[in-house]
Design a protein around this ligand. Sequence first.
Ligand code: CU
Length: 144
Amino acid sequence: MEKAKIFEYATIFGAAAVLAYLATAAGINLYYIDNYGNVYSHQPYETIKVIARQYVWEFQYPNGTTSFNTLVIKAGQLYRLELTSADVVHAFYVPDLGIKYQAVPGFVYTIWLKVDKPGTYLVECAVYCGPGHYLMLGKIVVEP
Ligand SMILES: [Cu+2]
């Protein structure tokens, strides 16, 4: 093979290898990126299911227990919230944590959550979901 051809192939395969590496690295990390661009790969996390329904927030923990309207988590621990709705469209709104996601029946939205400051944070429904919408208040209790 002449030198120009070798250089041509080297360029093509070199570029392909770089692109393949970037796509793999991005693909792996995309799963772990939160709303703010924080990447949580290689960190242990717990999954909590958040189910919105008229007019209550349901939280299902990994140990099989369930709570209503109050989510209890630990400060500094990483959580993967899986948000969905059991009936109509709601929105999971936690103003002090910068979280506002729609809860749509049939879809699951992922929220990576890590709160370092212990305290109580207000949860409200931010989409009018029926006459009891105003009742749909909850809280996140972050324990030290
Ligand atoms: Cu609602």
